[in-house]
Design a protein around this ligand. Sequence first.
Ligand code: GTP
Length: 441
Amino acid sequence: MLDGLKSSLGDAIKKIVKSSGIDEELIKELSKDVQRALLQSDVNVRLVLEITKHLEERALNETPPPGLSRKDHIVKILYDELSNLLGNESEFDFKPGKQNKIILLGIQGSGKTTVASKLAKFLTRQGYKVGVIGADTYRPGALVQLKTMCEKSNVEVFGEENNKDSPSIVKNGLKHFEDQPLDVILIDTAGRHKEEQDLLEEMDRINKVTDPDLALLVIDGTIGQQCFNQAEAFHKTIPVGGVIITKLDSSAKGGGALAASAATGAQIMYIGTGERIDDLEKFSPTRFVGRLLGMGDIQAVLDLAKRLENEGDDVRMKRISSGKMNMDDFFYQLEEVTKVGSLQGLLESMPGLSGMVKDDQVNQMEDRVSKWRYIIQSMTKEEKADPDLLNSSRIKRIARGSGWPEGEVKELIKNYKNSKNMMKASKGRQMQGTLRRMGLG
Ligand SMILES: Nc1nc2c(ncn2[C@@H]2O[C@H](COP(=O)(O)OP(=O)(O)OP(=O)(O)O)[C@@H](O)[C@H]2O)c(=O)[nH]1
């Protein structure tokens, strides 16, 4: 995703990391590299100049906090500035005990119908009961598409193929779902009309019928910074509570779309990263920028490092980073990572776990952690302290005790060993600075 931007920012950072010393010239060069990278990704010129001005000023004037080298600090400043550009983290607060109504808005082809199905699955996985109303009366086939995609996640779709009046479909849909114990009702609307004004008027009527808890604007990421105008036009008709940017997988202009949306004041809540139903992610600016810079969620990692320090757990951290971790340490880290919120990116940057997962394996990873919890709980104290004891009869016993197949126990052991070996291998390498230790080197 945003591969072009990622690689040009990566190159810029490498220059800093590899340099023998930081001086004004190098900082200016970094600033120019970042400008070029962002402009190529279609980020608005004014925003680009603002960021790089801050970057230069802060890099030249600020003293690094204790524990961070000058180089790390400059990378951290870049990370901060890019995260700020993308707004704050924003989450919709589902009110319990009621049907939360969410309208999806957006022009034709932006990916609304796809997003409705993706979001239905995403929320269902989180344990919410979801219903969907298909009120796109303009595009033939939209309702069938929605039903087919939602069927797999067992989400009911209400639609009326022969009714051309979308506000009345929404009204009937809400009535239909009234007595069902749903937490969320998603409403897919039309994106096409003869005149844009007609579309906005229809959205206004749907808005009145629905009285939504949230209006989510779906924007095609390939249009870049132009999406600013689109967001504003919709926002004038229905107060937009959140934005979803789609097609970030196929867009060189995604940076522009992200920055422009954040600049409207409506927070980006989710991003679409592919055509498959699982290609939807919750959006977190810090996590996103961390991934863009190839470093995971730096802030979360720094916070975590601080917490571990405060907890006086440096014995454990020392053991891990010197390549002597045991199964308990391994699992401790996995648990810490899940506590931070999301595994995405973060695993990449945890000492002792780096290189273990790729982006698209994150969901499987989360399932895994919960399986591994049972498996590790079925090990004896001695086995946890010295996993080399795990021979085939012990593995059999653990599999029986935990309720998971032997293959899964072996998979856990394999992952543990890989991580440990990687830590061992990197032990002798000269590493500089906290961020570098966390995967940048
Ligand atoms: N690569 C990629 N394609 C996407 C993504 N989201 C949607 N698409 C594709 O974009 C196209 C349009 O998506 P739809 O969901 O039909 O768009 P819509 O907004 O409902 O369109 P209308 O019904 O015409 O308003 C489809 O071919 C989708 O497969 C994404 O995140 N990545």
